[in-house]
Design a protein around this ligand. Sequence first.
Ligand code: FE
Ligand code: FE
Ligand code: FE
Length: 201
Amino acid sequence: MAKKETETEKKTETAEKKTKTAEKKATGSKKSEKVQPKSDAAEKLRDFFVDGLKDLLWAEQALVKNLPKMEKNATAPELKKAVADHLEQTKGQVERLKEVFSILGEKAEAVKCDAMDGLLKEAEGILEETEPGAVRDAAIIAAAQKVEHYEIASYGTLATYAKLLDETKAGAFLYATLEEEKQCDSDLTVLAETKINIEAE
Ligand code: FE
Ligand code: FE
Ligand code: FE
């Protein structure tokens, strides 16, 4: 009896520890701590701008790899087509980003975007959690729109920086992609509202 109790206590303790570690991971190490910059931390807005481009290059390349799976898992022909079209557009966006690097005289380097990595992991989970058909289609739209919103925020920010930094040509490229992402997002809204969500319901 006593042994059993100790075992239960131990289990509770481990569970508590696990929760604490998870909380730590989720909120960062110390809540109110001032973060020490890394040795290569951006000092000027231009550096931060280029860092953002590297993050986006990773994100777009990850989408080129992942969108085919979304297309394959979609059922409605309209959704399949929307995803396939945006895949082609995304390939063009990768090239456009590389062009931006070359305009700036910077090396086109992709640096892992934690946010896109997370959004794609979530999208993967959503597929497992939905039956193929209208409900999975609705879930694919939901995941895709989260991706588009992240891209809209990123391109919007970087296009504004480009303007501020007098990088007009680079800015024009970034605005062009921004418009494509916005269009894709609104097309998905129309598709959801006029067809997919209704079928899913
Ligand atoms: Fe994109
Ligand atoms: Fe990012
Ligand atoms: Fe996009």
